[in-house]
Write a protein that binds this ligand. Structure first.
Ligand SMILES: C[S@@+](CC[C@H](N)C(=O)[O-])C[C@H]1O[C@@H](n2cnc3c(N)ncnc32)[C@H](O)[C@@H]1O
Length: 345
């Protein structure tokens, strides 16, 4: 049976330029949804995709804010916007339920348009169809975004609340260590490795287990190693706290005591807060990547973070992996992280 596809758009976090888009694509690929990119705008990704895929984005994504089924897109000017809303088949999107209209403006575009006034005027067009307005508890929400001199308008199908991620920030966990990664970035890294629910995710430098917590929360089985027993005890405590079944063991990541995992997501030590045990990140990764190359199946992925200066993509290619993508995340003046994705060929 052919898959039903429709136009959707996603309002993305503005925290990073490339990671939010890559995360949506990775989730769709992990969950076997085909998609076609229609347009990549500032903080908005327009896709043609199966509406069923929205559940996967909603349950997995860290950097998506709102998902919408698209009704129209046009230039960011009032005459085009009102022409489009008047000719849109809105009855296909709204029944007897009450509605509200919300508009977001990205990076100050189209300052001549009064956002609240636009919400009200769009609402009036829908109200004229005999529909009921409810601004505090609407049955459905129409959502528009002004970005890059365009206006994209649709029916909101899902919203992702970032609060649970901030509630899992490193300082809120039972075991805290300064090397721990923010929950949202850890979740994005897990998604970039494209595990499915039930897959075994390995973090061989697991530390406080921030990555494994995020993998466990999307239904993956998780396994972690760390060379330092006290770090592993902390990681175990954190995993227990979030109710995640797990396996952990004291082990050197360069000699991992596991035959196979479905994918690897990891953040090796940088020799700053996390000790490299007398060697360097580059040397550790040069030893580690060739060893784990035969511990994941062909076509599966590794997502790793390292200081940009480590040139980790080069090391992965040297170990025979295909370099899929790199994203650069500024941390502070002397540290920019490279988030890299490799595929086993
Ligand atoms: C950057 S931390 C991991 C932080 C973790 N991703 C988090 O968010 O909580 C790196 C960890 O690697 C461990 N480590 C260092 N060398 C190792 C090795 N050769 N094998 C395994 N673990 C190692 C350190 O003890 C440290 O806990």
């Amino acid at each position: 049976m052919p898959t039903q596809v429709a136009k959707h758009f996603f309002l993305l976090s503005g925290i990073h330029q490339t990671l939010p888009i890559a995360e949506v694509q990775a989730i769709l690929e992990a969950e076997d949804y085909r998609y076609k990119i229609l347009e990549n705008l500032t903080q908005v990704l327009r896709l043609e995709v199966d509406p069923e895929s929205i559940k996967a984005i909603q349950s997995r994504s860290a950097y998506t804010r709102v998902c919408c089924q698209e009704i129209f897109s046009c230039g960011a000017n009032l005459s085009e916007i009102f022409d489009c809303i008047r000719s849109a088949s809105l009855d296909n999107f709204i029944g007897e339920e009450s509605f509200a209209v919300r508009v977001r403006r990205i990076m100050g575009v189209a300052p001549e348009i009064d956002r609240v006034d636009l919400e009200r005027k769009l609402g009036e067009q829908i109200y004229e169809l005999g529909k009921k307005v409810d601004l505090s508890n609407p049955g459905i929400t129409f959502f528009g975004v002004l970005t890059d001199n365009k206006f994209i308008f649709g029916l909101k199908t899902a919203e992702i609340i970032p609060k649970p991620f901030s509630e899992r920030r490193p300082r809120m966990r039972p075991f805290f260590h300064p090397t721990a990664m923010q929950a949202q970035l850890a979740r994005v890294m897990v998604n970039l490795a494209q595990p499915k629910k039930g897959d075994l995710v390995l973090d061989p430098f697991c530390g406080a287990a921030g990555i494994l917590v995020e993998a466990g929360l999307i239904g993956c089985r998780v396994l972690g190693f760390d060379a330092k027993p006290h770090m592993l005890r902390g990681g175990h405590k954190n995993l227990q706290h979030y109710g995640i079944e797990h396996g952990v063991a004291v082990a050197d990541a360069r000699y991992p005591p596991v035959k196979e995992a479905d994918c690897i997501v990891t953040d090796p030590p940088y020799g700053r807060s996390a000790s490299t045990l007398g060697t360097s990140t580059r040397l550790i990764v040069e030893d580690f990547l060739p060893v784990v190359s035969d511990r994941i199946p062909k076509g599966r992925r590794i997502c790793m973070a390292a200081p940009q200066t480590t040139k980790i993509a080069e090391v992965g290619e040297g170990a025979g992996f295909k370099h899929i993508e790199s994203h650069f995340v500024f941390v502070h003046g002397t540290l920019t992280r490279e988030i890299v994705v490799f595929e086993k060929t």
